[in-house]
Design a protein around this ligand. Structure first.
Ligand SMILES: C[S@@+](CC[C@H](N)C(=O)[O-])C[C@H]1O[C@@H](n2cnc3c(N)ncnc32)[C@H](O)[C@@H]1O
Length: 312
């Protein structure tokens, strides 16, 4: 192992410890490119200088994080998850309305506002797809609350702008004149230069854009969202695949703290194998990759049964 490899290993260790990244998931070359970019930005010639600064300078470390995270996302990614979410919300609302009619719910029904979290939301396509899904199901803007968290400041800035290229929808066609987007050429775009393509952008309407509260945060931070109430639905998709086992375990502990009993946890298609939590049941619908947290923890079930029998 040469000197630069030793230094690179140190960078990989730092990334693993601080943001959970398993460098094998993106490849050693990607890390090396990010290190070189950081050295250029910091005007440093020596890897040793870069490494010393990386440990002490939050700005330098944040710049490295921006270079190594994978912001890949799109609107309605894995559409089956959104179809299932819509059906689940419809059932939840219907059962709560039925309880209300039967006089079982004296005060505000539990679904209002429905609390949803998009953890590792990237540039916003996921939380905005959730908002559109809930509106399409007939919920009003007051009926739900969506928080969205990511470590990348640049991804969050883009998310808050709510302006997307047609590619953000991938192969799913989105109609011009859609009620959630205005399709237009951004102000200041150069449409006069010879040969320049007029690039239209989808501008998300303000009411939906403002409905999502974006927060910068690291899932390895044990205090993350500590002052927030638990959620009915948590999306944590395509994050665990980039993590080492220790970071996955910490994230799963966090998800369990954040999700209400009876709530839904959505993961990515390659991540169902990684979730092995007692008290969670895989939703039996194809391509959904969702789990339902049990209302009664299985570990407490025996105790609960015994006390019920005693009461009888
Ligand atoms: C592949 S994107 C997933 C986006 C979206 N959930 C989806 O499935 O379409 C992964 C995101 O995780 C974020 N991320 C990586 N490490 C993180 C960490 N430790 N804490 C919070 N976000 C992180 C990245 O910035 C990136 O935006």
């Amino acid at each position: 192992m040469d000197y630069s490899e030793i230094i690179q290993n140190e960078v990989e260790t730092l990334l693993r410890q601080r943001i959970g990244l398993n460098s094998e998931s993106i490849g050693a070359q990607a890390i090396l490119r990010a290190v070189k970019k950081g050295m250029r930005q910091g005007k440093m010639q020596e890897l040793t200088d870069y490494l010393a600064s990386l440990r002490t300078s939050p700005a330098l470390f944040d710049a490295l994080v921006e270079s190594v995270v994978i912001p890949e996302t799109s609107f309605f990614r894995n559409r089956a998850a959104f179809v299932f979410l819509r059906q689940w919300v419809a059932n939840k609302v219907a059962s709560e309305v039925a309880s209300e009619v039967a006089g079982e719910v004296a005060s505000k029904p539990a679904h209002r506002p429905l609390r949803v979290l998009s953890l590792a939301c990237s540039t916003g396509e996921e939380p905005f797809s959730i908002a559109i899904t809930l509106l399409e199901e007939g919920l009003t803007l007051d009926d739900f609350h969506i928080d969205a968290v990511d470590i990348s400041a640049s991804a969050l800035k883009k998310a808050q702008e709510g302006i997307y290229s047609p590619y953000a929808f991938r192969r799913q066609t989105y109609r011009s004149g859609d009620k959630y987007f205005d399709l237009r050429v951004p102000e200041g775009a150069n449409t006069h230069r010879k040969g320049s393509r007029i690039t239209q952008r989808y501008f998300l309407i303000d009411s939906v854009r403002q409905k999502v509260s974006f927060h910068q945060g690291n899932v390895l931070d044990p205090m993350l969202l500590e002052d927030h109430l638990p959620y009915d639905v948590v999306f944590c998709r395509n994050l665990l695949i980039y993590f080492d086992q220790a970071a996955r375990d910490r994230t799963i502990t966090l998800l369990d703290r954040l999700l209400k009993p009876g709530g839904l946890l959505f993961v990515g298609y390659a991540e169902t194998e990684l979730i092995n939590i007692a008290n969670y049941q895989l939703v039996p619908y194809p391509q959904t990759f969702a789990y339902q947290k049990q209302l009664v923890p299985l570990v407490g079930l025996e105790k609960a049964k015994t006390s019920c029998l005693q009461e009888v």
